[in-house]
Ligand binder design. Structure first.
Ligand code: TLP
Length: 344
């Protein structure tokens, strides 16, 4: 049966070029700093984001946690969106493992945090309060329709952060999707951030890994944090080799995923029983609602799955579809036909 898997871009499998690079990778002990392939990936990532240094970590979750640990001490406070991945989907590692206090402010529908909300959440010097240290942003914003945050917004948050002596971390799991969608150099989007974590394992199709970029001093701290979390990987060059291919060959093509997401959204909007605004789709993530009382999202997803189309239920009536390397424009047509049929 033909399968179109739209549950997540984490479903991407390594390309033939990645598998070849992995098989041939020159490796060494990365905890000793001696894996030449990891070192090359880290240099490349830092250069792409305009930062001094970078460190390879196991996952996006680990990238966000090591960044928070590097920026904050126990009892410090971070400001982050109430729909952010870090707040919602990382098991509360901020508090559980970091002893860091999360202060949420509402995410706007475009993934931003209102500047006045950030300002209002920043603590004054008072013996009763934790100390605000860090603002965490997410680009693109997963739960906010995959919206990209643009450079002007980053500058505005940067000005607030500087005024109050705060750092900025960007959960850039899909950072290159943002840069491609906005048509800007990733350096421009990263300029105001003290740290950016991006995933190799999502739309860039590498099997494993994220890279955390920032100043040399920050990365040295993040490297220590990675080690205490058990993330010191030895001959990780076999993974980094795929990451190098990801950065070299897989960035520009993200535009195809965005076009396919748009096509999917337009098609879905025309199917009776679904509700969404296709103009909200800016990158590779499509959220839509079902407006039929007889069809909860999980039941709809189950029926679609038996017909070979996989979509993630994310609420009682809400679903998410994500386009990626293994989904073609033809697959979108097939998925839309299947969705229309199952809906009937
Ligand atoms: N997101 C996954 C799920 O966890 C929801 C997905 O399918 O979208 N930041 C953002 C914005 C993410 O979307 C994700 C993964 C992460 C961090 C965590 O990355 P991993 O899964 O590598 O720990």
């Amino acid at each position: 049966m033909r399968i179109v898997d739209l549950r997540s871009d984490t479903m991407t499998r390594p390309t033939p070029a990645m598998r070849q690079a992995m098989a041939q990778a020159e490796v060494g002990d990365d905890v000793f700093g001696e894996d030449p392939t990891v070192n090359r990936l880290e240099e490349m990532a830092a250069e792409r984001l305009g930062k001094e240094a970078a460190v390879l970590v196991a996952s996006g979750t680990m990238g966000n946690l090591v960044s928070q640990l590097a920026h904050c001490g126990r009892g410090d406070e971070i400001i982050l969106g109430d729909h952010s991945h870090t707040f919602f989907f990382e098991q509360g590692g901020t508090a559980a493992l970091g002893g860091i206090h999360p202060r949420t402010v509402p995410n706007q529908p475009d993934g931003t945090l209102a500047l006045e909300d950030i300002e209002a959440a920043i603590r004054t010097d008072n013996i009763h309060f934790p100390r605000t240290r860090l603002i965490v942003l997410e680009n693109t914003h997963n739960l906010c329709s995959g919206y990209p945050l643009d450079a002007a917004y980053m500058q505005a948050v940067g000005a607030v952060a500087r005024r109050h002596g705060l750092k900025i971390h960007v959960d850039g799991a899909r950072f290159f999707n943002a840069a491609v969608a906005l048509g800007v150099d990733p350096r421009d989007l990263a300029a105001e951030a003290d740290s950016v974590s991006f995933c190799l394992s999502k739309g860039l199709a590498a099997p494993v890994g994220s890279v955390v970029c920032g100043s040399r001093e920050f990365v040295a701290e993040a490297r220590r944090a990675r080690k205490v979390l058990g993330g010191g990987m030895r001959q990780a060059g076999v993974l980094a080799a795929a990451g190098i291919v990801a950065l070299t060959e897989m960035v520009a093509r993200l535009a195809e995923d965005h076009a396919n997401a748009h096509k999917l959204a337009e098609g879905l909007a025309a199917i009776p029983g679904t509700r969404l605004d296709p103009t909200q789709v800016k990158t590779n993530i499509v959220f839509f609602d079902l407006n039929r009382s007889d069809m909860p999202a999980d039941e709809f997803a189950r029926r679609l799955d038996t017909a070979g189309v996989r979509i993630l239920p994310t609420g009682a009536r809400r679903l998410r579809a994500v386009t990626h390397y293994h989904v073609t424009a033809d697959d979108i047509d097939h998925a839309l036909e299947t969705i229309a049929r199952v809906m009937q």
